[in-house]
Write a protein that binds this ligand. Structure first.
Ligand code: HEC
Length: 126
């Protein structure tokens, strides 16, 4: 009967099940983050292969920085340009700019190919 009179005195279960008590650290999440990142990179690559377009057309100037083309992966050279956003940069490549001819001189490229190449070049800055 003592228990009925003092129900609140019962000690609570010292280890209640708590799914959030497992420490969630970066190593725990790393496989998730990595696979998400790969999915993000792989998705546009299915539509048009940015690396292939870059290697085939853009690298001619952008690998070595011909005619002051901003080099692949050169953060300082790209910093003043990336703020415009992918769509604006694609538009610039389609129209041409300075020493870069319209469509980078490759009339076979579709806007999607150029977009993929621009995204590839921007990804190289991260
Ligand atoms: C004939 C050489 C050449 C080729 C080929 C070339 N580029 Fe360029 N690119 C340049 C030069 C030079 C600039 C700098 C233009 C300027 O700022 O006057 C430039 C600038 C850019 C910019 C920055 C534009 C801006 O608004 O500042 C992007 C994006 C770009 N190129 C993407 C590409 C892509 C994508 C390809 C391939 C499809 C490509 N380029 C091929 C020479 C080239």
């Amino acid at each position: 009967m003592a228990c009925d009179l003092h129900p609140r005195r019962q000690t609570p279960d010292p280890t209640p099940f708590n799914p959030w008590s497992t420490p969630v650290t970066f190593p725990t999440l790393r496989p998730l983050v990595l696979s998400f990142g790969i999915a993000l990179v792989a998705a546009p690559a299915l539509a048009a292969d940015g690396k292939a377009v870059y290697d085939g057309t853009c690298s001619v100037c952008h690998a070595a920085g011909v005619a002051n083309a901003p080099k692949l992966g050169d953060k300082a050279a790209w910093a003043p340009r990336t703020g415009a956003g992918v769509a604006a940069l694609v538009g610039t490549v389609v129209k041409g700019k300075g020493a870069m001819p319209p469509k980078a001189g490759n009339g076979n490229l579709k806007d999607d190919d150029i977009k993929a190449a621009v995204e590839y070049m921007l990804a190289a800055l991260k």
